[in-house]
Design a protein around this ligand. Structure first.
Ligand code: SAM
Length: 308
């Protein structure tokens, strides 16, 4: 029989790009056509009725609002970089979270957006242009300029960025690496395939992804001035989530980091597979529409404040 997805209607979410438009103006404009309200948890996120189609809406086309799910919008909000900070978005294309960071930083500071894949780096550049942030494309070596808020796009491998090099001053890192995507709707239909065709490939692929995720998170933890790191995936697999975090805990502890609790009011936390996993945040692939995972590492005794 054909698979019928459960008939669960979920609201639509849009994030107001406050680099271009304020939330009240967005509410006013969208309110002319739709029933719209503010999300009760994420600043600048608006909630619209299920199935609202905004893809051709002029506010989307001109970059004033971004269609972005609630789970995805949590990630940059959890990192919460302050205006004036230098922030590294380690695996950044197509750039939804990069431009969210830029909005949170209110147009002050610097973001380095690193992306390995050349075609995806182009999409990242398009997203940044649409957002209205200033963009600099780094060819080989970083150049020093006087920043207002600029996003430097770096086409390269995050693992090759020297933590002691030109980006040694970054205060925060957002690490949203390649993952299986098993928390997203399209991937969740995988189970329709006969299991013997997927099992071997899946295990091998998951092991490879997890190995990269662990390396990347360990690398992020080695930047000397970093005070906040968010690790996120759109996967529901323990091997890409709790296991990755658990594997770097000794390094995190010795580098002065501890797990913090993003959105303490959120009910669904990490799988109880190690002590401290209650700090982790999961979203439910069915109830919340997308299965995301978020971990927040904070440097102990960190006093970093805004505008410094
Ligand atoms: N944060 C993005 C957003 O919200 O729009 C989505 C990021 S996507 C999950 C992961 C990205 O990491 C992909 O574009 C992939 O090409 C890139 N990537 C994979 N390995 C990388 C590496 N070693 N260095 C930099 N980027 C990498």
């Amino acid at each position: 029989a054909l698979y019928q997805p459960p008939d669960i209607t979920r609201p639509c979410y849009v994030r107001v790009n406050t680099l271009k438009l304020d939330v009240d103006s967005a509410l006013h404009e969208l309110g002319k056509q739709f029933k719209v309200q503010k999300d009760d948890m994420i600043p600048h996120l608006l909630v619209l009725p299920p199935h609202t189609d905004l893809h051709n809406h002029f506010l989307v086309l001109n970059g004033s609002i971004f269609v972005q799910g609630k789970a995805s919008s949590m990630v940059a909000a959890v990192l919460d970089p302050k205006p004036g900070w230098e922030v590294l978005d380690a695996c950044s294309a197509p750039g939804n979270k990069t431009v969210h960071l830029a909005a949170i930083m209110k147009g002050k500071g610097k973001i380095i957006a690193c992306e390995l894949n050349k075609d995806r780096a182009k999409r990242l550049e398009d997203t940044i242009r649409l957002s209205g942030a200033t963009i600099f494309i780094l060819l080989n070596t970083p150049i020093s300029l006087n920043w207002i808020l600029d996003i430097e796009v770096m086409h390269g491998d995050f693992l090759n960025i020297d933590p002691e090099g030109p980006f040694s001053k970054v205060s925060a890192i957002l690490l949203d690496p390649s993952c299986s995507g098993s928390g997203t709707a399209s991937q969740r239909l995988d189970h329709l395939l006969p299991s013997h065709t997927t099992d071997v490939v899946d295990t091998e692929r998951l092991n490879k992804l997890a190995a990269f995720q662990k390396k990347a998170l360990a690398h992020a933890l080695s930047f000397p001035a970093v005070e906040r790191i968010v690790y996120s995936t759109c996967s529901i697999n323990q091997i890409e989530n709790e296991d990755v975090v658990n594997s770097v805990l000794p390094l995190a502890t010795s580098n002065g980091f501890q797990l913090a609790t993003p959105f303490p009011q959120w009910q669904l936390r990490g799988l109880p597979v190690f002590e401290g996993s209650e700090h982790l945040l999961r979203t439910d692939p069915v109830k919340d529409k997308e299965g995301f995972f978020i971990a927040l590492f904070v440097k102990k005794g960190s006093v970093k404040n805004s505008e410094d």
